[in-house]
Design a protein. Structure first.
Length: 129
């Protein structure tokens, strides 16, 4: 299964919080699943860190690199198709980071691992938690 991780999932998995669901842990540990991280999540982590809204034990670039290696995350580049999908999305979610991540899940037909209840409103997305 191809799974895009929401930004908060990386933070939870890396120990910034212990909020991962049992299902999330099982999905992330299953070697048959391919885990993807959008560069949008990297951007969100960097922005929140620079604004003082995210406390990390190391700089965000090192943090992201470590997470990519530790969790065997594949980069999922943002494509024009992903961006066009944002135009079609209903306004359930106002966060621009989350809107592009949900668009990537939809346009690539991937699952999205997230606890974000607002994302569950997008019926064309395959949301798991």
């Amino acid at each position: 299964m191809n799974i895009i991780l929401d930004t908060c999932i990386i933070l939870y998995a890396a120990g910034v919080s212990n909020k991962l669901s049992k299902t999330a842990v099982e999905l992330m540990e299953n070697p048959l699943n391919q885990l993807f991280l959008s560069p949008i999540s990297s951007y969100e982590i960097i922005v929140k860190y620079k604004l003082g809204k995210l406390n990390l034990s190391k700089n965000p670039i090192e943090f992201i690199r470590q997470c990519r290696e530790e969790f065997n995350l594949v980069e999922l580049p943002v494509t024009e198709k992903d961006v066009e999908c944002v135009f079609e999305l209903p306004q359930f979610h106002g966060d621009p980071f989350d809107r592009i991540i949900i668009s990537q899940a939809i346009s690539n037909n991937f699952f999205l691992l997230t606890p974000d209840q607002q994302m569950h409103n997008y019926k064309s997305a395959k949301i798991i938690w």
